[in-house]
Design a protein around this ligand. Structure first.
Ligand code: GDD
Length: 323
């Protein structure tokens, strides 16, 4: 019989790639969709697989829907990807962020414990939980201290810890993927990579003359979402529940990212990129570079995209859009 997977946050970048990956492996895929007043675009990332998956309206803050879906589906695997995923916006909506990212995760976990206790549970944990902690070798790994610097990171840290607590207290197969930044053509354009690429393409067409950004000096370890959803699945196939860093081990500043993207389009970023304090964060996570040796050794996970091939794919996608 086909395995059943329930994905919260299925309409997002990772949710949609994960659904495609699980379908390719023969899973029956169920997804929770948060109702939005603008239906257009809301499920656009699922367009190509819509007839193949089962979706249901729900919200991780609404326990009754989670319980109902969990009881009906009784999934073999639960992937909790639902979140308010924007770090800067979490400073504007801290309580909503905590409700969704912290209590929402607990609601899904508790519902899994109550109604599908044999299910393997995946929590979308984040490198934002590390804050500005870095090991002496310049990396973050599973053992690095976690001292988050945003409401988003604080909420994610609660979810990370409650997953570990449930694992030990109730013997649940509950695991955390500590994912570093991951991008793709499906990345929303208010995250920095998509924002830079989208606007650089517009500038190259003469449709725009400036790109306003916040902090250009922070550094991120950027991988590709398609590679990272494969890791999510592998984490749940492991012999025991555990926590894994998923990253590339390479880091670049926002400034370098601009330089590379504009160069690929035949432009000098210094002529177009300006700073606007509006995009700065009250507290910034300055540097991320993940050591994913544990995932490589234990799960035999390796990324297939390079930094360059990821950027090229994103540039192609934004260049193909009519303006
Ligand atoms: N979004 C945005 N917009 N970021 C900017 C801008 C801008 O105009 N200008 C500079 N930045 C800087 C931010 O200050 C940050 O240092 C960096 O670009 C990356 O910002 P985002 O792309 O918004 O990602 P993030 O690192 O804050 O969070 C992402 O990665 C986390 C994993 O570490 C998100 O995907 C989170 O959901 C994820 O958990």
């Amino acid at each position: 019989m086909a395995k059943k997977a329930l994905i919260t946050g299925i309409t997002g970048q990772d949710g949609s790639y994960l659904a495609e990956h699980l379908l390719s492996l023969g899973y029956e895929v169920y997804g929770l969709i948060r109702r939005n007043s603008i239906t257009e675009n809301q499920q656009s990332r699922l367009d190509s697989i819509a007839p193949l998956i089962h979706t249901e309206y729900g919200d991780v803050s609404d326990v009754s829907t989670i319980d109902r879906v969990m009881m009906r589906v009784r999934p073999d695997e639960v992937y909790n990807l639902a979140a308010q995923s924007h770090v800067r916006i979490s400073f504007d909506v801290p309580q909503y962020t905590a409700q969704t990212n912290a209590l929402g995760a607990l609601n899904v976990l508790e519902s899994t414990r109550a109604h599908s206790p044999g299910a393997h549970f995946y929590q979308a944990s984040s490198s934002e939980m590390f804050g500005n902690s870095v090991d002496p070798d310049g990396k973050q790994r599973e053992t690095t201290r976690m001292v988050p610097v945003s409401p988003y990171g604080c909420a994610k840290l609660f979810a990370f810890n409650i997953v570990r607590n449930y694992r030990r207290s109730y013997n649940l197969f509950a695991s955390n993927g500590i994912l570093f930044n991951h991008e793709s053509p499906r990345r929303a354009s208010n995250f920095v990579t998509s924002k830079i690429i989208k606007n650089a393409v517009l500038i190259s067409r003469g449709k725009l003359d400036k790109l306003e950004l916040g902090n250009l000096d922070s550094q991120r370890d950027w991988g590709h979402s398609k590679d990272y959803v494969r890791a999510m699945h592998l984490i749940l196939q492991h012999t025991e529940p555990d926590d894994f860093v998923i990253s590339t081990g390479q880091t670049h500043s926002i400034r370098e990212f601009c330089e590379i993207v504009f160069q690929k389009l035949g432009l000098d970023y210094r002529k177009y990129v300006v700073q606007n304090p509006k995009y700065m964060r009250p507290e910034e996570l300055r540097f991320l570079c993940g050591d994913c040796s544990k995932a490589k050794a234990t799960l035999h996970w390796t990324p297939t995209y390079t930094f360059d091939s990821m950027i090229d794919e994103m540039i192609r996608q934004w260049s193909d859009k009519p303006t």
